[in-house]
Design a protein around this ligand. Structure first.
Ligand SMILES: CC(C)(COP(=O)(O)OP(=O)(O)OC[C@H]1O[C@@H](n2cnc3c(N)ncnc32)[C@H](O)[C@@H]1OP(=O)(O)O)[C@@H](O)C(=O)NCCC(=O)NCCS
Length: 425
């Protein structure tokens, strides 16, 4: 069966979406759900594998068909905050799916390699994704650059919360939500004291999707904002859902989507507000930073339970030089010279000297070599060089003081707070 990879026409997108739905264990949507999904599909850059032996056009003109979509990869154009605060153009890879009847014949590989080439052409320095399975993407140069925790907090045992900012909490009306939260988020991601490496400058379609239930007043979904006593401008917000437990005698339960504050104290004030909501005994979130601030601020540390820790963002450096020179490194003594190998992008094969003043391409002999997935994992400063070395991912040049180089690399790269994306796509 001959497979062609190409950009789909707009009128083919609905059948492409059906293909992805089937691959991701869902039923293809009806016209009504397509009308809702369509803007987000149109806003992404897609590549589709078509089986050109199958004419699915359904017309009777006798013209050759354009083929049946059997696989899709796509990316939204966003930006990723990197250590030091710069925001780098990023292909946020999503909707990767191959029909079950076409799997394990290299279709995803053709599509992913074409998508990496597409990112090079668009001059995107980074690609990022969330993986359904951890064994798929390393072969295309992606490494785990950050993790997240699924948590449950017992509201009764969590209070009092320490270091909460004084101020007022207000619930937003649906029509106020997007205009209020977007600027607060943008200020947070620009403020180095609270921004985490890995945060995104989100695409508009993400905002609409994330907040649709709160804007449409469904799912018990709400947004509350915090104001400091001397300002009318909100300095933080929390987006959450509340519902009765299955047995109403158990009270209510709450689900946190996201909390952002312009200072740690504002973030803690928003947590304190959640814990104060009557009836809600347990707050859950499926996506919190592993070093969640609230853990250190609650009265009973064991009120906060981490139920799982999972890989969050998989990154792929598309332009190693731009990525390394755009981030800052910690003010420590010493430096490292590392080499990178990348079988898909020639320009990434090279060496860089890195110290507290930054990274610079060099012809100096490297102390060690890593593949593109390994430098991508280390890039945001959340995956330690110590662990990458211990797991055999570093190729050492004879004579290098390995222990010293690992310590210096870790000191240079490490990020606090830890990387966290917090945007699912
Ligand atoms: C994951 C998926 C896209 C792979 O598509 P595919 O066309 O079968 O992939 P390829 O044939 O190009 O396989 C490439 C390699 O990855 C391996 N691989 C791919 N998916 C794998 C999986 N889920 N588990 C283990 N190995 C996998 C293949 O065995 C192959 O290895 P090889 O090169 O050593 O032979 C496809 O199985 C799929 O649609 N899965 C369900 C939806 C999904 O999980 N999408 C990802 C969303 S993030």
């Amino acid at each position: 069966m001959p497979i062609t990879v190409r950009v789909p026409d707009t009128d083919e997108l609905q059948s492409v979406a059906d293909t992805v739905a089937i691959a991701l264990l869902q039923s293809p949507g009806d016209d009504e759900s397509w009308a809702k999904a369509r803007p987000s599909w149109e806003s992404m850059s897609s590549l589709v594998a078509f089986d050109v032996d199958v004419d699915d056009d359904g017309d009777d003109t006798g013209a050759p068909g354009r083929g049946r979509p059997v696989g899709h990869v796509g990316q939204f154009l966003v930006e990723t905050v990197v250590p030091g605060g710069a925001a780098l153009g990023t292909g946020a890879v999503s909707r990767v799916g191959i029909l079950p009847t076409y799997r394990r014949r290299g279709v995803a590989t053709r599509l992913m390699e074409a998508l990496v080439a597409d990112s090079v052409e668009r001059s995107l320095p980074l690609m990022s994704l969330r993986a359904s399975e951890a064994v798929i993407y390393e072969r295309y140069g992606f490494g785990v650059a950050g993790e997240y925790a699924a948590i449950a907090v017992d509201a009764g045992r969590a209070r009092p919360v320490a270091n909460t900012a004084p101020g007022m909490i207000t619930l937003l009306a649906p029509e106020e939500i997007l205009d209020t939260v977007i600027p607060v988020y943008q200020r947070c991601r620009q403020q180095t004291s609270v921004a985490r490496p890995g945060m995104l400058v989100r695409a508009q379609s993400f905002w609409q999707r994330y907040f649709r239930p709160a804007v449409e007043r469904t799912d018990g979904s709400f947004v509350a904002v915090h104001h400091s006593p001397d300002s009318d401008d909100p300095d933080g917000y929390v987006h959450y859902d509340v519902a009765w437990a299955d047995d109403p005698l158990d009270g209510g339960r709450g689900k946190i989507h996201e909390i952002f504050g312009l200072s740690p104290a504002v973030e803690l004030a928003l947590w304190d507000y959640l814990f104060s909501i009557d009836l809600v005994r347990t707050w859950t979130s499926w996506e919190r930073p592993v070093d969640d601030l609230i853990r250190c601020a609650i009265a009973d540390r064991r009120a906060y339970n981490i139920e799982s820790v999972t890989d969050e963002q998989w990154l792929r450096l598309v332009d190693v030089n731009r990525c390394l020179t755009a981030r800052t490194f910690n003010a420590v003594e010493g430096g490292v010279v590392l080499a990178v190998t990348d079988p898909l992008i020639d320009a990434n094969n090279g060496s860089w000297a890195i110290d507290a003043t930054g990274a610079v391409a060099t012809t100096e002999p490297p102390q060690f070599t890593v593949d593109i997935a390994t430098i991508s994992a280390a890039y945001l400063g959340g995956t330690s060089w110590w662990a990458l070395d211990g797991s055999g991912r570093i190729d050492w040049v004879d004579g290098t003081d390995r222990a010293e180089a690992v310590v210096i690399a870790d000191r240079l790269f490490a990020s606090r707070p830890l990387p966290f994306c917090g945007s699912f796509f």
